[in-house]
Design a protein around this ligand. Structure first.
Ligand SMILES: Nc1ncnc2c1ncn2[C@@H]1O[C@H](COP(=O)(O)OP(=O)(O)OP(=O)(O)O)[C@@H](O)[C@H]1O
Ligand SMILES: [Mg+2]
Length: 350
């Protein structure tokens, strides 16, 4: 298979076992995002793929060529990889064009220049070719860094938190541009991010690494969001509402209705419900819904597209619930509202 292939990689720094039997496959043209807590070994994995670190156990191939095993090690310059790390440092003493031509060693000066200008055009920075890095904004520098990484036509692009230095608006537009350029280039990309929404937006597939350095779940963004197979994965995307219960007849009762599960009867479980998985309804009469509960609103905050509403069960006995509803939902403090669970956003873990 063309692209990146990692087999059974384990890595330790002294007694600190950082990666434990990690496998990964990225075909050309695909973007895989790696998410995980700080210190779980994400950058270590990128450094191993880049050849900046020697492999202790396992193997790495790029376009079917073995580049790392404990016995052999191809140098980073010979791996046909593009690197972009958080501090995408451009060379301050070189202008933008020279920054991008820097890695184009095997071409004539004319070919290098043409290739660099083509890449600068793709990231809308051709007009700045003669400028120096300090004359560019953070987002512009980031785009030049992307052009520099892709100019030598790498087979594999390794991105370590590439957008973390940018503000929210800039991040969003750079993400979109980067994605367009990457899809156009057909390179295999492995990107590390702390931001689950960024991973959802960018990735064809997401790998989630746990604190112990093992892969907790891997799948398409939709699967990760709607079918998390681990409590940690479910909680990645922010605040969850939590109930405790016992499995009976393949279901767990919560005050907001019951939720299906494959777990065995009699097992004590927790039910985690996403904020958008609680349906609020004002039916005028304040009547309880079948399987739902009466709640009262304690606070409401408009976020823009959504409202974040806190509600309290009228029956008491539980913390406030955290609900996300469309901004058109009219909140009426004090009025009786019913809440039910939408099973699609509810997950049961033992
Ligand atoms: N060169 C090194 N020597 C010794 N320990 C190291 C070295 N590099 C990393 N570590 C340790 O390995 C573990 C994983 O580090 P790594 O940089 O891969 O984490 P990360 O997942 O990228 O974290 P973050 O999200 O904070 O960037 C950490 O405990 C770190 O202290
Ligand atoms: Mg890191």
């Amino acid at each position: 298979m063309e692209g990146l292939h990692i087999f059974g990689l384990s890595h330790a720094y002294g007694d600190n076992q950082v990666l434990d039997n990690v496998g990964l496959m990225i075909p050309s043209g695909e973007l895989v995002c790696m998410l995980g807590p700080s210190g779980c070994g994400k950058s270590t994995l990128l450094r191993l793929a880049a050849g900046l670190e020697k492999v202790q156990k396992g193997a790495i191939t790029i376009d079917n060529v073995t580049v790392s095993t404990p016995e052999m090690h191809v140098h980073p310059e010979q791996r046909r990889i593009g690197l972009m790390f958080q501090d995408y440092a451009l060379f301050p003493h070189l202008n933008i064009l020279d920054n991008v031509t820097f890695g184009l060693l095997d071409r004539t000066a004319e070919q290098s220049r043409a290739r660099a200008m083509d890449m600068l055009e793709q990231v809308s920075m051709a007009s700045k070719a003669g400028n120096f890095p300090h004359m560019l904004s953070g987002g512009q520098q980031q785009r030049v860094a992307l052009a520099r990484a892709l100019a030598p036509e790498p087979k594999l692009l390794l991105l370590d938190e590439p957008f973390s230095g940018l503000d929210t608006n800039m991040r969003q537009s750079i993400r979109e541009e980067t994605l367009t350029v990457l899809k156009h280039s057909g390179v295999a990309t492995l990107m590390v991010t702390h931001d689950p929404e960024e991973a959802m937006f960018m990735a064809d597939r997401i790998k989630i690494i746990g604190a112990d350095g093992t892969i907790l779940q891997a799948g398409r963004p939709h699967e990760i969001y709607y079918h998390p197979n681990h409590e940690f994965v479910a909680k990645l995307f922010g605040m969850m509402n939590r109930f405790e219960g016992t499995v009976a007849g393949g279901r767990v009762e919560t005050p907001l209705g019951s939720v299906a599960t494959d777990l065995e009867d009699g097992l004590a479980v927790q039910v985690l419900i996403r904020p958008e998985g609680i349906i609020l309804e004002t039916d005028g009469t304040g009547q309880d819904k079948i399987g739902g509960a009466l709640v009262e609103v304690t606070s409401s905050h408009l976020l823009g597209h959504d409202n974040i509403i806190r509600v309290r069960l009228k029956s008491g006995g539980h913390d406030e619930l955290y609900v996300r509803v469309h901004h058109t939902f009219e909140v009426e403090l004090k009025k009786d509202i019913s809440a039910t669970v939408d099973e699609e956003y509810a997950f049961v873990f033992s």
